[in-house]
Write a protein that binds this ligand. Structure first.
Ligand code: AMP
Length: 223
């Protein structure tokens, strides 16, 4: 099954992607995760995109098309994929439709998750990620005693950089940058969803409620 999951930052795309890939057996391709890994490894790609990502802006369409074309050609992507964070502009959407047509592939479902802006800011401000296992969590759920160890993998330190804590807040998860990313979503990414809707089945999903409730709505849409 080939699925695209879209939505503003912090709406729960990552969490829901894990549920879909587990139930459908497809590979999770998160362009944001790929770029963050490139930054951490200090690669040429990472150096190019670091400042753009921290500012909450979009990486160039050309670079993203190359990245996705390359990723889809890898063996594990032949069993089906879930794209999380791509396409993000109308140009990427048009380019991607052309790429899939060339490969003789289609998209079974485009999922567009949504939630009000204030709810998104509230969720993202408490969001941290583990450098060791890449799990994302919200520290607001932990109350006044904040964890030093990742509750998922138990790490306290970044395995690649001893002394640096495992849990960290993304540089682009500050209120001002979150509001900018929301605007980028409305102006640039919604047109990408409209372009995809011309070709593939699109489902709008309410992103409010517990992760389980949202997962049930997605499961109903995917059938
Ligand atoms: P995400 O983890 O999906 O929120 O992505 C984090 C950041 O990575 C975005 O704010 C962009 O700077 C960059 N990024 C990820 N995917 C794309 C894409 N398809 N096009 C352009 N920039 C992207």
């Amino acid at each position: 099954m080939n699925v695209i999951i879209m939505g503003p930052p912090g709406v729960g795309k990552g969490t829901q992607s894990h549920a879909v890939v587990t139930s459908k057996g497809c590979v999770h391709i998160s362009t944001g995760d790929t770029l963050r890994m490139a930054i951490r490894s200090g690669s040429e790609l990472g150096l190019k995109v670091h400042a753009i990502m921290n500012a909450g802006d979009l990486v160039s369409d050309e670079l993203m098309m190359d990245l996705v074309r390359d990723r889809l050609s890898q063996p594990d992507a032949q069993q089906g994929w879930l794209l999380d964070g791509f396409p993000r502009t109308a140009v990427q959407a048009e380019g991607f439709i052309g790429l899939l047509d060339g490969l003789g592939q289609t998209v079974d479902a485009v999922l567009v998750l949504n939630a009000p802006a204030d709810e998104i800011v509230r969720r993202l401000e408490g969001r941290v990620t583990c450098r060791a296992c890449n799990e994302v969590m919200n520290l607001k759920g932990f109350g006044p005693v904040q964890p030093r160890f990742c509750p998922f993998c138990g790490s306290a330190e970044d395995p690649q950089r001893p002394g640096k804590s495992a849990l960290y807040q993304r540089a682009d998860d500050k209120e001002e940058t979150i509001r900018h990313r929301l605007e980028v979503f409305r102006k640039k990414t919604l047109p990408a969803a409209w372009a995809l809707e011309e070709r593939y089945p699109l489902h709008e999903i309410d992103g409010l409620g517990t992760p389980e409730q949202v997962a049930d709505r997605i499961a109903a849409a995917l059938g």
